[in-house]
Design a protein around this ligand. Structure first.
Ligand code: FES
Length: 152
């Protein structure tokens, strides 16, 4: 009985020793990614990167920006409603216009925009870790800052 306890104790400790070599890391996709050429996108809202990177690419004649697909209420992913030209959040009903500006529901501010930059080869690099905010009540308006929007 005593021998079984000792072996059990040593076995558990050996298991903990082995576990040390497999840390509990969380692997997340890179926040920085390339979305390709401006000509790859049609005018309006483009959803090519919604599943993989949780962003929409919004293109107009002369400009392009990237919207972070995260509701500013509690963080759900809104749906793009192409027939109505709005984003609708299924969680609590917030609505945003085609530029991600909130106009209905509990969302307190527009959806954030991601950092973007034109690369030497003409493609666009995007970084979701650097966001631009529009927070009217706090007097913050970063939507026209460099890298929040590109002239194309
Ligand atoms: S999380 Fe979008 S409305 Fe609440």
């Amino acid at each position: 009985m005593v021998l079984a306890c000792i072996w059990g104790y040593l076995g558990v400790n050996f298991f903990m020793f082995l576990r040390f070599f497999f840390p509990r890391t969380l692997f997340q996709p890179n926040t920085r990614f390339n979305i390709g050429y401006p000509s790859d996108f049609s005018y309006g809202v483009n959803q090519q990167f919604l599943q993989s990177n949780r962003v929409w690419v919004r293109k107009d004649p002369g400009s392009l920006f990237v919207i972070h697909a995260k509701c500013t209420h509690l963080g759900c992913t809104p749906d793009w409603e192409p027939t109505q030209h709005i984003f609708h959040c299924p969680c609590h009903g917030s609505e945003y216009d085609i530029n991600g500006i909130n106009f209905a529901g509990p969302a307190p501010r527009p959806m954030d925009r991601c950092w973007i930059a034109m690369q030497a080869d003409g493609t666009i690099e995007c970084d979701k870790a650097r966001l631009f905010l529009d927070e009217p009540f706090a007097g913050i308006d970063q939507f026209n800052d460099p890298h929040a929007i590109l002239s194309i």
